[in-house]
Design a protein around this ligand. Sequence first.
Ligand code: UDP
Ligand code: MG
Length: 305
Amino acid sequence: MKKLLDVIVPVYNECACISETIQRLFNLRNLLIDELEVNFIFVNDGSKDKSLDILKSFAMKYPFVKVIGFSRNFGHQIAVSAGLDYSKGDYVAIIDADLQDPPELIKDMYMLLKDGGHDIVYGKRLKRKSETFFKKFSAYAFYRLLNSMCQINIPTDTGDFRLITREVAEAVKSMPEKHRFIRGMVPWVGFDSVPLYYNRDERFAGETKYPLSKMLKLAFDGIFSFSVKPLKFITDAGIALFIMAAAAFAAGIFFRCSVSVISSVVLFVGALQMIALGIIGEYVGRIFEESKNRPLYIVKDKINL
Ligand code: UDP
Ligand code: MG
């Protein structure tokens, strides 16, 4: 009997892309048909456009097109997590709905995984076509900052586009955290992983669904869920400030320094205290979210599942 591959696709307001994406995913299915049974799990993350209707129309015709519909927008990482929860395949792939990651590469990932006996093949971006300088630079800097703060090695220039085995999927599913950062959670569980280098295409149509606010939330989830170094930074900053304040005090006495220098030092210390409180707040907020123990998402529609 053929083994099963589930392809998880999170979808949020992608009606401009989704039909083309489905066609390309069907191409992938044809490419793999001799080796694998392929199912698609589309997770509609509370889209406000016609994405769900389009998905439903495909699901009516093709039983291997499966749809989960959330009751509202819960976020990209939660949508991927729901896909993992519903997946049963021996292999699970994750891919965005906008065709920036070419679906056909999942076949290459599968070959690499099978031939090399690996557990994870992750897509590592070489070039990112027509993305803004800000996005490229912030992503470049973020992945390197994150790695300098974490004890585990989170691959740089790598999103969620990847293929994993059932064993890895189960390990990730066993992590109950609410603030989910899948591209960190997969390396956290360990196993044997290899990159597949590729050039990231342009979005097929429509706008990014990651405005700055969502990008920042994802970046914060990466840092604060995978590192306690920011807390250590507060202690270090406190020690440095203590020394600076002592030096400013001595200088004030020695040089009969003006009040404005002293007051700017006080303001600086005040600002740093606010930042420190903010950092502590990020962790406290996360403890609060975890302690409520709410479900990660609410499902409203389920088709072919
Ligand atoms: N997405 C989602 N929920 C959201 C935002 C995005 O499910 O709240 C999906 C989106 O439809 C796409 C993927 O997550 O399949 C990545 O989003 P996008 O391509 O807009 O991000 P970018 O590539 O610009 O970072
Ligand atoms: Mg995209």
